[in-house]
Design a protein around this ligand. Structure first.
Ligand SMILES: [Zn+2]
Length: 167
């Protein structure tokens, strides 16, 4: 099964930490807050909320409302009328393992090198002699799908420019 995890996006377009939408590829979407599954919509639009965590905190409610496209009062009304079902969305060990595995892979695939040059691996910190003219590099892909974040030092930049024949 092809699992896709995306951060929720706030109304000003920024990615929100710890609030995720998980798509399982069969039309099922799950809203996950921190490590808990909060709400699940299947391909037919049927909604199941986690009986314990659906209204856990103001943050949970805010992003649950964004996920479901309504407000907390409407959500309560739909639970009462039986349109939204309450169930335990956090007790399926196998799913947890799969999701944690995906999260771990995602973390492992992003390497933050800090002050190091993403090309030569030398420090570009202040006083290293490579601080001047360094520039930040985000998510440089270099084999095995790993994305490196760090800096490009001036020496490596010069090497690239001469390769391109800009001199
Ligand atoms: Zn370098």
């Amino acid at each position: 099964m092809n699992i896709d995890i995306e951060n929720m996006t706030s109304c000003n377009g920024n990615k929100v930490a710890n609030q995720f939408v998980i798509s399982t590829g069969d039309g099922v979407r799950v809203f996950r807050s921190y490590t808990s599954n909060i709400a699940r919509i299947d391909a037919d639009g049927n909604v199941i909320l986690d009986s314990k965590y659906w209204d856990y905190s103001a943050t949970t409610s805010k992003y649950r409302n964004l996920f479901l496209g309504n407000d907390t009062a409407t959500c309560r009304r739909l639970i009462k009328s039986g349109v939204y079902k309450l169930d335990d969305l956090n007790n399926r060990e196998l799913d947890h393992e799969e999701l944690d595995h995906e999260n771990t892979l995602d973390r492992l695939n992003k390497v933050d090198l800090g002050d190091l040059c993403v090309h030569c691996g030398n420090s570009t910190a202040f006083g290293s002699g490579r601080f001047v003219n360094r520039y930040p590099v985000f998510g440089l892909k270099r084999g095995h799908g790993i994305e490196y974040t760090g800096y490009c030092c001036y020496e490596c930049e010069l090497a690239f420019e001469s390769e391109r024949g800009d001199f």
